[in-house]
Design a protein. Structure first.
Length: 416
């Protein structure tokens, strides 16, 4: 009989080869609440991510127990043969029920399961179940999606890596569902998430909560049941099935508006910034047919260098204030919707005391669908860097004035 435990280090290493080093579960880069939600919508073509499961006790991938523990393995002989990476598999069409069956089969068998649900939207299967290891109920969701391929980390939330096979993996651990506004998360709910974007347009999104629901109920455990490493191992299973072939990868639809060179957006940002600032470390993201352009500088007024960034794009017109986005919102007389937040902390927990980064953020939504977001920090990055000054370099009034400059050009995705 093969010694299965001897293969565990190799299996774990293959599942996590391309993850960045961990620090307090994983190096996390922050959720930019208004900005990132919209960037992520662009990346997923309006399909939100969510996802699934694994365990401290054990998980089964391709018939092999991946993590040693007390959980009983599913039926089938164990094997130590190397598994084929999920990105190399031919995606077989399936149904939402198939997705649920695989989720429940991959779960450690000693976990109590309840409240299983499935749903379906075009190109997306959603399955969820509440599991309990005796230390508190924990919601697990998985979504398998066929969508537009996402070639890089631009605009994705969390720690992100482009793997050698072209797949993109992003993750974050134990994060408050509203990291910038504790008043919107009185239940203390956190989630841990792993998403893998395959080059052929398949996306698997795994999410685990420290509560039996994603919001509206008190948390039942300190942190979600499963770690980033465990969810990554689950996401790389070759057992997942994706929507039917006729619902295959979405083809990008042009909006009839031409793209704008990233260099032009960078130059416009430079032109609207106060002239007294010293500008270094220019960066851009997006461009081409992505439908959004992003640009940033490290700016210094003599009292500390800090990041300023901009995102410009077209969106479905926003006509009123909602709960999503910055803390404050106003509808102007010309129909534009403006939003702003002052001194947002990067983290919603004790980690904020370590780096102390704050952000001033504004959004300007024009009635014709043009949207611009500008953010000023009091440090060189939103997360994983220490602040360099007491407050962000630019005020929300300054950011709103710059966002309203007529020189901005908004990128489209080409002809329809």
């Amino acid at each position: 009989m093969n010694n299965l435990n001897d293969s565990l280090p190799d299996l774990m290493r293959r599942a996590t080869d391309d993850l960045e080093p961990e620090s307090n579960d994983l190096v996390e880069r922050g959720m930019r609440r208004g900005v990132t939600l919209r960037r992520r919508r662009t990346a997923l073509l309006s399909l939100s991510g969510a996802g699934a499961v694994l365990a401290t006790a054990g998980i089964i991938v391709g018939g092999s127990q991946l993590f040693a523990g007390n959980a009983a393995p599913v039926a089938g002989p164990p094997s130590t043969a190397p598994s084929t990476p999920a990105s190399a598999q031919v995606a077989k069409p399936g149904t939402p029920t198939d997705t649920m069956k695989r989720l429940q089969r991959l779960l450690p068998q000693d976990l109590k399961q309840s409240s299983a649900k499935v749903s379906y939207e075009r190109n997306m299967h959603h399955a969820e179940v509440v599991v309990d290891d005796g230390k508190g109920a924990s919601l697990i969701t998985v979504e398998v999606i066929t969508t537009k391929p996402n070639p890089d980390c631009a605009g994705l939330h969390g720690s992100c890596t482009v793997r050698a096979d072209g797949s993109v993996i992003t993750s974050y651990a134990n994060e408050s569902i509203f990291p910038y506004d504790a008043s919107k998360n009185p239940w203390g709910i956190k989630n841990t998430v792993v998403e893998i974007f395959h080059p052929d347009g398949r996306l698997i999104s795994i999410r685990n909560y420290n509560a039996p629901k994603g919001d509206g109920v008190q948390h039942t455990r300190t942190n979600p049941l499963f770690s980033v490493k465990q969810l990554t191992a689950l996401a790389t299973s070759d057992q997942w099935v994706f929507p039917k072939e006729q619902d295959g990868p979405l083809k990008p639809k042009g909006n009839g508006k031409p793209s704008v060179p990233l260099e032009q957006t960078q130059q416009t940002l430079k032109s609207v910034l106060p002239k007294a600032l010293q500008l270094t470390q220019p960066q851009t993201w997006g461009g081409g047919t992505n439908g959004h352009n992003g640009a940033s500088y490290l700016v210094d007024d003599g009292t500390g260098a800090a990041r300023v960034e901009v995102l410009v794009q077209y969106e479905t017109p926003v006509t009123k204030c909602t709960d999503e986005g910055p803390q404050h919102c106003q509808v102007r007389g010309d129909g534009a919707v403006t939003g702003w937040s002052k001194n947002e902390p990067s983290y919603g927990d004790e980690r904020q005391a370590v780096n102390g980064v704050l952000a001033n953020r504004v959004e300007l939504h024009h009635p014709d669908g043009r949207m611009i977001t500008m953010t000023s920090y009091n440090g060189p990055a939103e997360k994983d860097e220490k602040h360099t000054r007491a407050l962000p370099t630019l005020s929300t009034d300054q950011l709103l004035e710059m966002a309203g400059n007529p020189g901005w050009k908004f990128p489209g995705t080409g002809t329809k």
